[in-house]
Write a protein that binds this ligand. Structure first.
Ligand SMILES: C[S@@+](CC[C@H](N)C(=O)[O-])C[C@H]1O[C@@H](n2cnc3c(N)ncnc32)[C@H](O)[C@@H]1O
Length: 458
């Protein structure tokens, strides 16, 4: 018989969500890291409770800007003057009242009151929370309309920061901007990539069915599956633990196809992270060659090593290195290189909504210099005739097209060589002249990736 969970282990999803949001606000930590640590610590939480916890935390982050506006309309006190815990309790309850059909408003209001008590807030704060939530549940607070101020209206309607809306309006106009903002708020499909060293998509689909999971082929990637109807935590499934698959958006699967297959020699990956693309590259290299996977962050490298072991990828050596300072590789030594660059990540807001409130417009200027330095270092390591794949998950031209153009202008020995034919047939439309891969949540229901293949003259 299993052990009975302790009382503190069965705390409600709402309470855990509040802990996560409070820790993130207090310590400036990412809610995603806090979420995964919480889920690991509370392994006995039942699947519906885990799902509710995820929905609450990600939902509050997704709708935070709009929730704050509506709370400010219903509150007699300005938001900046509220006790931080009061504001968090209000956000969490307002999300349930305004965005979740299946939570009755009175349950959300009641639970908010209980949280205020449990966190020993003065009774008057509890009364205030109750009054604001009741107004939100019963009154209508209209959002500003687009005719008066399009930036503010779109920002609040779709809960994206005004600076981002303004940039996108200037770049894409009203219709496309609205479509992109709306797409970022749709829940992304649960997508996995198959480990082709161990199995294939159809065999995995059948195995997942036996494990109680419905898996369907993806539209673009032949090595991807969409999961649904999960009854257990997916990472507890034997097929996951035996390394048959990992979570990865289809767009992240597709970009790796752009590197031409050349068995043998040494390959370099800069910005390997937890190994989403490393494992894919290792499959390409199986049977010959070595992949040197580098990253700056020790924690990510540890996860990378666990993933590689699970994957059964023997051809990879991982190492900590700061690519801006120096690479542990001789010049002109590698046959192929991938730079999965640190970027503003504006293409993956649908999966990582906290970026919307974390990233500031001034942060944008910090990325291109780092990307340029990493690209120059990876390029120097490439032998004549070699190929370099540059990848980001952002929509910012300064980190994408403009960065590649300025690199090519300064390095005459390189040219753009992205070949759409290397992609699975349905995905070839994603490469557009002069040779840039671009995917988007609004157009393709994919994460927003950018990629370009550079060739060094032989
Ligand atoms: C886009 S993420 C990589 C994602 C990963 N390749 C994947 O597919 O899951 C960019 C990575 O670059 C790493 N990075 C940032 N600055 C770096 C530097 N100066 N040198 C090496 N790696 C760096 C970050 O730690 C991060 O893991």
């Amino acid at each position: 018989m299993g052990k009975k969970p302790k009382a503190d282990q069965v705390r409600s999803a709402r309470s855990l969500a509040l802990d996560i949001l409070a820790a993130a606000a207090r310590q400036g930590r990412s809610v995603e890291d806090l979420l995964s640590a919480t889920l690991k610590r509370h392994r006995q939480l039942l699947r519906p409770e885990r799902a509710f916890l995820l929905e609450l935390v990600q939902g509050v982050k997704r709708w935070e800007l709009q929730l704050d506006y509506l709370i400010s309309q219903a509150s007699a006190i300005p938001l900046r003057k509220l006790h931080p815990m009061v504001l968090l309790i209000l956000r969490l309850a307002a999300y349930q009242i305004l965005r979740l059909d299946r939570v009755p408003a009175r349950a959300a209001v009641f639970e908010a009151g209980m949280e205020a008590k449990a966190r020993r807030l003065p009774p008057a704060y509890g009364g205030f929370i109750n009054a604001v939530l009741r107004r939100l549940a019963t009154e209508d607070f209209p959002l500003p309309d687009r005719e008066t101020d399009a930036v503010q209206a779109l920002s609040l309607e779709h809960s994206h920061p005004p600076w981002l809306v303004r940039r996108w309006l200037e770049r894409w106009g009203l219709e496309q901007t609205a479509a992109r903002l709306a797409a970022n708020n749709r829940i992304a499909p649960l997508t996995i990539r198959v480990n082709t060293l161990k199995t294939d998509a159809e065999t995995l689909r059948l195995r997942l069915a036996r494990e109680g999971v419905v898996a369907a082929p993806c539209r673009f990637s032949p090595v991807g599956l969409h999961l649904s109807e999960l009854t257990a935590s997916p990472v507890e499934l034997p097929s996951y633990q035996e390394g048959w698959w990992l979570f990865q958006d289809e767009a992240a699967q597709l970009v790796t196809f752009l590197l031409p297959l050349e068995k043998g020699g040494c390959w370099l990956e800069l910005g390997a992270g937890r190994g989403g693309k490393t494992t894919h590259l290792a499959e390409k290299l199986a049977g010959g060659g070595l992949l040197l996977a580098l990253d700056l962050h020790q924690g990510r490298l540890r996860e990378l090593q666990l993933n590689l072991r699970r994957w059964g990828a023997a051809t990879v050596q991982s190492l900590r290195a700061d690519g801006v300072l120096a690479l542990p590789v001789r010049e002109k030594a590698v046959a192929a290189a991938v730079l999965d660059a640190p970027c503003s990540a504006l293409g993956i807001l649908r999966r990582h909504p906290e970026i919307k409130t974390r990233l500031q417009e001034t942060d944008l200027d910090t990325f291109p210099p780092r990307q340029r330095a990493l690209l120059t270092a990876a390029a120097a390591a490439l032998r004549p005739g070699g190929r370099l794949l540059y990848i980001t998950c952002t929509t910012e031209p300064a980190e994408n097209e403009e960065l590649i153009e300025s690199f090519l202008a300064a390095h005459q020995e390189f040219h753009l060589a992205t070949n759409p034919q290397l992609l699975p047939a349905p995905a070839r439309i994603l490469v557009q002249p002069p040779g840039y891969f671009r995917s988007s949540p609004a157009e393709h229901d994919l994460d927003g990736f950018f990629a370009a293949l550079l060739a060094r003259e032989g």
